[in-house]
Design a protein around this ligand. Structure first.
Ligand SMILES: Cc1cc2nc3c(=O)[nH]c(=O)nc-3n(C[C@H](O)[C@H](O)[C@H](O)COP(=O)(O)OP(=O)(O)OC[C@H]3O[C@@H](n4cnc5c(N)ncnc54)[C@H](O)[C@@H]3O)c2cc1C
Ligand code: FES
Length: 324
């Protein structure tokens, strides 16, 4: 059984199978809707579903599984090449501790297999209990024989405080990629602001290294927020990009220790202090959900067009049932 999904104020229609989410059906038909977690947590996919009285009710389109024909009013819909995802058994190639609470995990793909993804996207790690965990690729797409992940340890976390500790070189992990609408838009010439907290630096690293490789001439500023200096686990790399003129790096500490002479406070407020108007910018924000949500509100109030704000909120998805 399938149902017809109509997109309000357009001539777009597509079919949705029984039990399928609107987001999955749209992708299958070659349309991109905004999303991030796909689990009903981040609200990135929120759009309207028009009820029988013609009233639009807000719903999370990653969770809506229609049981009749329906009209939707998403924030945005774009025709895209159909997403082709690969499920692979990747082997652990290197494990390094970048900070006391951040592990850099490098996974090698099977011989001859390449990872196709865009800078900023994420993958899913499939765990034995049939749940998945999302991690953003930190390497740029041209390094396609491996994926590098930056995993922040969450106390009691099934993957980050469990599976990860048991991993050793050569062990296998089931991964699926690519996922995500948080990827660099290279069809724009607007100056770019990258805002990260914690391991939100991972997809930002992929974006910057991709831009360097492709010699993109877009002005880029990177604001990386953390509590203390040691939390900026790859600050030397970001400073190197800065010194080489690829990106202006502005570290912002909320709880600095010792003789820190750099910026202090909340990272998205530092962006606003430097840019009272964001009307001409494009912003990529990634990491802590409270930062991405505060940044969206504050930046759009400062003139940033809603569709020039891209984010991945690193929400917890592992043990949750999708919201109704
Ligand atoms: C699109 C996307 C991309 C992501 N990319 C990254 C990435 O690149 N690097 C990275 O480190 N993480 C990333 N995450 C978060 C990651 O997917 C996991 O949620 C996180 O690592 C915790 O998984 P776990 O199995 O260790 O903990 P779980 O077993 O899922 O959770 C165990 C306990 O920890 C709590 N918890 C779980 N996650 C969090 C959290 N984020 N903050 C506070 N408490 C939490 C839960 O409430 C639960 O009580 C991303 C999330 C999304 C949605
Ligand atoms: S993508 Fe639907 S709530 Fe996150």
């Amino acid at each position: 059984m399938s149902y017809q999904i109509k997109v309000a104020a357009s001539d777009i229609t597509f079919d949705c199978n029984d039990g399928e989410s609107v987001l999955d059906a749209a992708e299958r038909a070659g349309f991109a809707l905004p999303y991030s977690c796909r689990k009903g947590v981040c609200s990135e996919c929120q759009g309207g579903v028009i009820n029988a009285e013609g009233i639009s009710e807000k719903a999370l389109l990653c969770c809506v599984r229609p049981s009749a024909n329906v009209t939707i009013a998403p924030r945005k819909i774009e025709k895209r090449e159909r997403v082709v995802r690969k499920k692979l058994d990747a082997s652990v190639f290197r494990i390094a501790q970048a900070a006391p609470d951040v592990t850099v995990l490098q996974l090698r793909l099977p011989t001859g297999v390449r990872a196709k993804f865009r800078a900023g996207q994420y993958l899913q790690i499939h765990l034995d209990d049939e749940t998945v965990r999302n991690y953003s690729m930190a390497n740029p797409p041209h390094q396609s024989d491996s994926v590098h992940l930056h995993v922040r340890h969450v106390a009691g976390g099934r993957f980050s405080d469990g599976v990860l500790k048991e991993l050793a070189v050569g062990k296998k992990l089931r991964i699926e990629l690519p996922y995500g609408e948080f990827f660099f838009r290279d069809d724009s010439t607007k100056p770019v602001i990258l805002v990260a907290t914690g391991t939100g630096f991972a997809p930002v690293k992929s974006i910057v290294e991709d831009a360097i490789k492709r010699k993109l001439a877009r002005p880029m500023k990177l604001y990386w927020g953390a509590r203390r200096e040691q939390d900026l686990y790859l600050a030397d790399l970001a400073r190197k990009w800065h010194d080489e003129g690829h990106v202006e790096f502005i570290p912002v500490l909320s709880d600095p220790e010792g003789d820190w002479a750099g910026r202090t406070g909340i990272v998205h407020r530092a962006v606003l202090a430097d840019h009272p108007s964001l009307a001409a910018h494009q912003v990529y924000a990634c990491g802590n959900p409270s930062m991405t949500s505060a940044a969206r509100d504050a930046f759009t109030s400062a003139g940033l067009p809603e569709d020039e704000f891209f984010c991945d909120a690193f929400v917890q998805t592992g043990t949750l049932e999708p919201a109704a």
